[in-house]
Design a protein around this ligand. Structure first.
Ligand SMILES: C[S@@+](CC[C@H](N)C(=O)[O-])C[C@H]1O[C@@H](n2cnc3c(N)ncnc32)[C@H](O)[C@@H]1O
Length: 476
């Protein structure tokens, strides 16, 4: 990674006061623009960042620095805001948002990177100079110098000391909203593992490695082995050894994709829950953007099954079509409301993947701003929709068919809550399958999965995957 000092670039501007101020290094400017857009226009960092990096013409090292700075700052924003409040002696609400963005970016560099202190302070102050008054520039300089005089551990201690309760301390120090801390603890507690909470919150704050899936039947084992070290659990996954994942994907013409190991296991749990019979009909009910649809299409092709993918949001349905392009098999893409498919196509499918729209609280390491955007109100609306989609899927299943209910959230209102509700409504025609036993039959190494085995909850801190939930259900 670049040290961010900008060494070797042309000299700075001479200001009227006679001091020399340096221009902001492009990687830092890109990170600052991303933070502003996320705050100001609800942008998604993972979508915006590649465009901004390209537009700024950043090389590999600077692109990595811009990514680390923007993702790291967004993830740890909750903690940095407490640090800034202590250092500034005023609430963040009282600081001009563009100035606050620069302070957050500066705090991240000072407390969590090896960027030299003078570069972190001076360039953050330069960013403020570009958007605010002279007094704001002096204020930012003072706050950042105060932050720079103490270590991360010291700031963690002081932030913890100021907390109003133990949950508030954990929320502040680990930079998660307090309600998210509570729901994550509840889900771990249900497994008798509440003691893992801080390890989970830490894992949410770490950048995940790039993980690849080698689609079965589309790439031979020798070529797959060259992608990088085999995943610990997924039999078809590899960690990217080095290089640009897009270039690797292009080289393999659709046979290789970026996909979290947990997502691979969720799709395989459905396709490998029972031997595939020629001519089976499969449905991916909520398919956008199509990662699991591509894997299911490859699995269906090997077993002689037919897949239909459904995604009601047209732009996302286009992404599904694109994701399916590299799999040499015909997959119709419907654009229907999944809640109506059960009535429109009753008793039609042998297997259905219901990868439900959810809060995404299981993928916080991947979507750095997501934790600040969700609220408990979202859970109520989503779990109602998840229940309707569940009912629709049960109706659309043939007798004997299998449903995989999946979320990338461990929130119990979206996981076991929805499944229990479904069983209460449909208990005379559906029953749990032994999901843990199915998944254990797929993985390369044993998974540590407490509970009765009727469902599977994966975790970033324990398994290195997103926190995917999987429940296999069979219709009688
Ligand atoms: C968690 S994502 C699915 C991810 C996908 N399976 C993959 O692996 O790429 C949930 C999807 O459900 C879609 N969705 C939202 N409401 C829906 C509905 N009423 N019926 C079907 N799909 C819906 C969303 O647009 C979103 O694309």
């Amino acid at each position: 990674m670049s040290d961010g000092t900008g060494a070797g670039r042309p000299g700075g501007r001479r200001r009227r006061s006679g001091t020399v101020s340096s221009p902001v290094q492009p990687a830092r400017r890109v990170a600052y623009e991303v933070l502003s857009a996320v705050r100001d226009s609800d942008a998604y960092a993972n979508l915006l960042l590649p465009t901004r990096i390209r537009r700024a013409g950043l090389g590999t090292a600077d692109a990595a620095l811009a990514t680390e700075l923007s993702y790291g700052t967004l993830r740890m924003r909750g903690f940095y805001d407490r640090v800034i409040e202590l250092a500034a002696g005023r609430l963040c609400d009282e600081i001009d948002p563009p100035v606050l963005d620069a302070l957050r970016l500066g705090a991240h560099q000072l407390l969590a990177t090896r960027v030299a202190t003078h570069a972190a302070v001076n360039e953050s102050v330069e960013l403020v100079r570009g958007v605010a008054s002279r007094s704001a520039t002096g204020f930012a300089n003072g706050v950042l110098r105060t932050i720079s005089r103490s270590s991360l551990e010291e700031w963690r201690g002081w932030v913890g000391d100021e907390a109003a309760s133990d949950d508030d301390r954990i929320a502040a120090v680990y930079s998660h909203p307090e309600w998210v801390v509570r729901v994550l603890r509840q889900a771990l507690d249900a497994e008798g593992r509440a003691g893992e909470l801080e390890a989970l919150l830490d894992a949410d704050n770490a950048a995940p490695a790039v993980n690849l899936v080698a689609l079965p039947g589309l790439i031979d084992e020798v070529d797959a082995a060259r992608l990088g070290p085999a995943d610990h659990f997924s039999p078809i996954g590899h960690e990217l050894a080095s290089g640009d994942p897009l270039a690797v994907m292009r080289r393999h013409g659709g046979a290789v994709r970026v996909q979290d190991e947990g997502s691979q296991l969720a799709a395989l749990a459905l396709s490998r829950a029972a031997a595939v019979r020629e001519g089976e009909r499969w449905l991916d009910l909520c398919a956008g953007p199509g990662g699991k649809a591509a894997l299911l299409a490859a699995e269906a092709r090997l077993g002689g099954a037919e897949l239909v993918a459904n995604e009601p949001v047209p732009a996302r349905a286009q992404l599904v079509r694109k994701a399916l392009e590299g799999v040499p098999v015909e997959v119709p893409v419907w654009e229907l409301d999944g809640t109506t498919i059960g009535d429109e196509h009753p008793k039609t499918f042998d297997r259905i993947l219901l990868d439900a729209p959810c809060t995404g609280l299981g993928a916080l390491r991947r979507r750095p701003e997501a934790r600040w955007r969700k609220s408990p109100r979202d859970v109520a609306a989503l779990s109602a929709l998840q229940g309707e989609l569940f009912d629709s899927a049960v109706k659309a299943l043939k007798p004997g068919g299998i449903l995989a209910y999946v979320t990338c959230s461990p929130h119990m209102g979206e996981t076991v809550g929805v499944v229990r509700g479904g069983l209460a409504r449909w208990g005379d025609v559906i029953a749990h399958m032994p999901t843990r036993a199915v998944v254990e039959g797929i993985v390369r190494h044993p998974l540590d999965l407490p509970g009765d085995g009727s469902t599977v909850q994966l975790w970033p801190h324990r398994h290195g995957t997103d926190a995917m939930f999987i429940a296999l259900i069979r219709k009688s």
